[in-house]
Design a binder for this molecule. Structure first.
Ligand SMILES: [Fe+2]
Ligand SMILES: [Fe+2]
Length: 362
C-alpha cells in the first residue's frame, strides 16, 4: 500500500475494492489537499492499521477476505484508532445496511454512486472534528503526565495515584458499581491529587505536622485538580467528583465543600477509603508504613467516628482479603511497588494523635 508523498497532509485511508470508485475518491481527496492511502482489501487495510493511524477512513462494506463491518469494529476496539472518523461506503441504500454500519461504529454513510461535492463536504467536516478531538486528547495526555510528574516530586507518594486507582477500582467492582462507574473511579484515582501541582515542595515533603497556614494551602489541591480536569473532553462527571471531593467526610467535617452523608456519591466514598488506606499503608515523610491490619483497624475507628462509610470499609477489607491485596508481598506486586517502611518512625497511634489534633485545630 504505497503512501502518497506529503507527510504533513491529513492521511485518508480508502478501503474500496471497486477500482472506479477508488480512483474517484483518490483524485477527489488529492484535490482537497489530503494524502490518500489506497487498498482494495480488508485484511491488507488491517495490517496497515497495525502500524499507522489515519485521520479519516473511507470503508466499503463488501470487501474481499475481511468485510467492511469487521474492519470498522476492529478500528473501534483498538486504542490508537478508536476515535478516527469512519465513513462507510456501499452500493445499497437499505436501512439495515446503515444501521449495521452505525452499530459497528461508523460515523457516516455514503451511498454509491457518490456525489463528489457531498464526499468532499463530509470529509472536511469529519477532519475538522478529528483535529479538535486530537487537540483535546493531547490536553488529556498532558494532565495524566502531570499527575505522574507530581508524584515524582515526593519519594513517598511515588505510585500513590496508581495504587489508589487499583484499590478504588477493585472496591467499586466488589461493591457492584456499573462498568462505566468503575472506569470513572479508576480515572479519578489516578488524577485525584493532580491539584498538588500548585503546592510548594517544601509543604508536600515536610516531615512534621503542618501549620494551619500550610494546611490551608494543601486544602486547595482538590479544587485545583478539579479546575485542571473539568475542561477535559471525555472526563466523566464522576471522576471529577472523585477529584474534587476525595477529602470530604460523612460527618461534613471534610473539605472543600463540607459535603455530608447523602451528598457524597458512593464512588467518592470509595475514593476516600482507598486514598486513606494507601496513605496509612505506605511510608510518608511524617510516618512509617503501617501493617495492613493496623490500617484496617484505623479505617474502622475512623468510620465509627463518622468519617467513612462503615459498610464500604467492611467491603474494602473483605475485598482486600479476597483478592489478597492485603498480603504485603502481593501489595508489593502493584506497579510501581509500595515505598519501604521508614525506619525508627513514630508508632501508628502517635501519628494519628498528631493528625487528629491538627485537624481539630482547623
Ligand atoms: Fe488528596
Ligand atoms: Fe491522595
Amino acid at each position: 500500500m504505497p503512501e502518497a508523498p506529503g507527510d504533513s497532509l491529513p492521511k485518508v485511508l480508502v478501503i474500496e475494492d471497486d477500482e472506479a470508485s477508488r480512483k474517484l475518491l483518490s483524485d477527489l481527496l488529492r484535490k482537497e489537499g489530503y494524502s490518500p492511502i489506497l487498498t482494495s482489501d480488508g485484511e491488507e487495510a488491517l495490517a496497515w492499521l497495525e502500524t499507522h493511524v489515519p485521520d479519516l477512513v473511507f470503508c466499503d462494506l463488501a470487501l474481499p477476505r475481511v468485510g467492511g463491518l469487521e474492519v470498522v469494529r476492529r478500528l473501534r476496539h483498538r486504542e490508537a484508532t478508536r476515535l478516527v472518523p469512519v465513513i462507510v461506503l456501499t452500493g445499497h441504500a437499505e436501512l439495515q445496511n446503515k444501521l449495521d454500519a452505525l452499530d459497528a461504529g461508523a460515523d457516516d454513510f455514503l451511498t454509491k454512486p457518490f456525489n463528489v461535492l457531498e464526499v468532499a463536504a463530509r470529509a472536511r467536516s469529519l477532519l475538522r472534528n478529528r483535529r479538535l478531538t486530537q487537540a483535546l486528547e493531547d490536553a488529556q495526555n498532558v494532565v495524566f503526565a502531570l499527575a505522574t510528574a507530581i508524584e515524582h516530586k515526593d519519594d513517598y507518594t511515588e505510585g500513590h495515584g496508581e495504587r489508589v486507582a487499583v484499590y478504588a477500582r477493585s472496591l467499586a467492582e466488589f461493591a457492584g458499581l456499573s462498568p462505566a462507574d468503575v472506569q470513572a473511579v479508576h480515572t479519578g484515582g489516578i488524577l485525584h491529587d493532580v491539584g498538588k501541582i500548585g503546592c510548594p515542595d517544601a509543604i508536600l515533603n515536610k516531615p512534621g505536622p503542618l501549620t494551619p497556614e500550610e494546611f490551608e494551602i494543601i486544602k486547595r489541591h482538590p479544587t485545583d485538580g478539579w479546575e485542571i480536569c473539568r475542561h477535559l473532553r471525555s472526563m466523566p462527571h464522576l471522576s471529577l467528583c472523585c477529584i474534587r471531593n476525595h477529602h470530604e467526610k460523612l460527618d461534613g467535617s471534610g473539605y472543600p465543600d463540607g459535603q455530608a452523608d447523602g451528598a457524597i456519591p458512593v464512588a467518592v466514598r470509595i475514593m476516600s477509603i482507598s486514598d486513606v488506606f494507601d496513605a496509612l499503608a505506605t511510608a510518608r515523610a511524617y510516618k512509617p508504613a503501617f501493617p495492613t491490619d493496623t490500617c484496617f483497624r484505623i479505617l474502622r475507628e475512623e468510620s465509627e467516628r463518622g468519617w467513612w462509610d462503615g459498610d464500604l470499609v467492611e467491603k474494602f477489607i473483605a475485598m482486600m482479603r479476597e483478592r489478597e491485596l492485603d498480603v504485603p508481598v502481593n501489595r508489593a506486586k502493584l506497579e510501581p511497588i509500595l515505598p519501604q517502611r521508614a525506619p525508627n518512625g513514630p508508632s501508628p497511634q502517635q501519628v494519628l494523635d498528631v493528625l487528629h489534633k491538627a485537624q481539630r485545630k482547623q
